[in-house]
Design a protein around this ligand. Sequence first.
Ligand code: ATP
Ligand code: MG
Ligand code: FE
Length: 342
Amino acid sequence: MKVLGIETSCDETGVAVYDTEAGLRAHALYSQVALHAEYGGVVPELASRDHVRKLLPLIRQTLAEAGMAVDELDGVAYTAGPGLVGALLVGAGVARSLAWALDVPAVAVHHMEGHLLAPLMEETDEGPLEPPFVALLVSGGHTQLVAVDAIGRYRLLGETLDDAAGEAFDKTAKLMGLPYPGGPHLAAMAEQGTPGAYRFSRPMTDRPGLDFSFSGLKTQVLLAWQKSDQSDTTRADIARGFEDAVVETLAIKCERALDAAGCETLVVAGGVGANRRLRARLQAMAEQRGGRVGFPRPAFCTDNGAMIAFAGALRLQAGQSEDASVRVTPRWDMASLPAVQS
Ligand code: ATP
Ligand code: MG
Ligand code: FE
């Protein structure tokens, strides 16, 4: 089954073709980062308009790269939420219309399920990743620990009470004067920093539970930065201290979640999953426990069409699809999704 995947939930237009027999056939991504940079954040109306401009050319490009004609598609998957309503509607409208014109099914995909399943697309020496596992979702808008009993059967174990991990990276980078979007810049800066030069707290690790809180960390960094000489060396040292605090906090909670779920497989997804130090720390933890950890390739940690094509293909294969109306769900609880596997 060949499935076209369309992602337009925020500021990335992503398109891909996933073939349930041959794997990923092609994918293309257009990032609107430059468009929103001067505003220091995503402007929803500009995002929608840019998806309108880019989506059809990107679909043509992806099909050409896959060496496919449009009528070879067996289904269309699109992100229906969570996300910006106008941006989602662009993807949903195009996906639904295309499916109608081709007389193939269309399926609505939950953006975070897309992130969550992305690691399952990767080939590994240890064989395919399969549920049950615990998923750490760390993106720009979410920080969640989810027990995955089967594909489509998700139980929320814990989540952030304020900022998401990616949001904390972005805001912290901004307050130290790094360019938008700050997360990857902050991580690069941290590479040059001296470990231990600055030490920030590991929020909410001193009490039981699997929830997170990252907004206080940002304030700690602000105070340290204001008191410092604000040199490049100091910026790098603070970045390193911040990154270590986030990574350590996430690792502690992942270990707790594995214990709570009685499970030794961890899957990590979302933009912060691209962070090198987080990957190394969780890899070391898994080795020490005799378990395993799976990540998407770094390019599929952040938003992309491949994860939507893949998640959609699994749902279409299970016989799920939508009626002909164009509907999106800007706020959407993943635990309410229908199961794919029993
Ligand atoms: P959501 O998926 O919750 O709706 P989103 O789609 O905006 O949010 P993603 O695209 O998954 O989020 O991830 C983007 C986030 O990942 C940004 O906050 C960015 O700063 C962060 N990020 C990307 N690369 C890195 C990195 N190497 N280290 C730390 N953070 C990173
Ligand atoms: Mg983005
Ligand atoms: Fe995302």
